[in-house]
Design a protein around this ligand. Structure first.
Ligand SMILES: [Zn+2]
Length: 397
């Protein structure tokens, strides 16, 4: 078992190498284009190329697939003996936008932190994956099962990258997603369902509004009808892991000019889902509240769109070996027990089609802010947690 000694491998973790790599990753702008034309800052292809090269440099077998043109997923593999589980370390290559962010791609080091867009969410995780794989490769550790790294496109928008993996593989036996959790182990997060609600009216000159049907006013009735939906959700019995689902109207658009009665209005609604809640169920909850308006309001017409975003909840069993082993690795590394929080937000994890945990350096409090950073000690600690977990998992599953 000497070859598998975790403590020996942990001594190989190199803080400077990690920081240098993270700075290189931050310096490549990879802002998600969010349905806009690809700009100078949206260089997902360049970061995918860089990340693939780095995986090759440490001896990983790499492959890539375009999810859409110029936006690939990249994969690295260290072949195991074929006697153990295939473990994937997964992270997204894109970041959120940088409007009003001063020097987002000029990574600075201050107070033992690396600053810059993506430093925390989640290029830190990507850097640690490479450090871990590099150590295993350089030390010639022969794992029982394959170790995979996946660098994934488009997590911050539609998750088309992980949906592509869901459709075409590789599907691992277990997955670690390195989103920022301050290293805490999360085995669950809520799902997310976004949809448009449209109201249809009839345009006319606003000086004779009685001749038209005002779609904005009809939408205001829908908002009223959904006004206490959160109270209803909170009144239901709490889910043992997730607590309660929630609802939020997020975007409203309607009308062109004040001197016309608007003939259409669109509301985008966001619903956070519990494990077990389906799209159909949520739509029928919306309808139950909104349909009765048709009896009270003349010419009331509305429709609910197909989902504009649907991300499943993650609900990995607490008994899964990956949860058990990474929780033990957390305890060994940090000398305290993980609080096992439910992760805020949604991730690629459910699309990886395997029992998955979320555990990574950086805090979700800094993610998406205009002053993003990661604590450098968390990089080396994350590497130690992943190494311990991977070694402990070799005879699991
Ligand atoms: Zn993220």
């Amino acid at each position: 078992m000497t070859a598998y000694s975790a403590s020996k491998l942990i001594q190989c973790i190199d803080r400077d190498r990690l920081v240098t790599l993270l700075r290189d990753l931050v310096a490549i702008p990879s802002v998600n284009p969010f349905d806009q034309p690809v700009s100078e800052e949206a260089r997902e292809l360049e970061i995918a190329n860089f990340y693939e090269e780095k995986m090759q440099e440490i001896g990983m077998l790499t492959s890539r697939r375009d999810v859409v043109e110029g936006r690939p997923n990249v994969f690295g593999r260290i072949k195991g003996k074929g006697d153990g589980p295939c473990i994937m370390m997964a992270g997204h290559l894109d970041t959120v936008g940088v409007v009003d962010y001063d020097n987002p791609f000029d990574p600075k080091i201050k107070n033992d932190r690396v600053y810059g867009r993506g430093s925390c969410d989640m290029k830190a995780g990507l850097a640690v994956f490479l450090e871990v794989a590099g150590i295993l490769s350089r030390e010639g550790i022969e794992l029982e099962g394959d170790l995979l790294i996946a660098g994934i496109a488009d997590e911050e928008h539609q998750m088309i990258g992980s949906r592509e993996i869901r459709a075409n593989g590789p599907i691992p036996d277990f997955a670690i997603v390195g989103e920022p959790t301050e290293l805490e182990v999360s085995r669950a997060h809520k799902g997310q369902l976004c949809m448009h609600i449209h109201t249809h009216g009839k345009a006319c000159h606003s000086s004779i509004p009685e001749n038209g049907v005002n779609a904005i006013q009809h939408m205001s009735k829908i908002l009223e009808a959904l006004g206490d939906y959160n109270e209803e959700l909170r009144a239901r019995p709490a889910h043992p892991t997730f607590g309660h689902g929630s609802f939020s109207p997020g975007v409203i658009k309607g009308g062109d000019i004040a001197s016309s009665v608007p003939d259409s209005c669109t509301l985008e609604v966001d619903r956070r889902l519990l494990s077990g809640e389906s799209v159909q169920q949520v739509v029928s909850e919306y309808r139950k509240r909104v349909d009765p308006l048709a009896a009270k309001i003349d010419n009331f017409h509305y429709e609910i769109s197909e989902p504009t975003l649907y991300a499943e909840p993650l609900d990995t069993s607490a008994d899964s070996p990956i949860v058990q082993k990474i929780t033990a690795a957390y305890l060994d590394t940090l000398q305290v027990a993980s609080k096992l929080p439910v992760f805020t937000g949604s991730t690629d994890a459910p699309n990886l089609m395997a029992p998955a945990v979320i555990c990574g350096p950086g805090s979700v409090k800094q993610a998406h802010t205009l002053d993003e950073y990661v604590e450098i000690p968390q990089l080396t600690q994350a590497a130690a947690i992943y190494l311990r977990t991977i070694l402990a998992m070799q005879h699991s599953g």
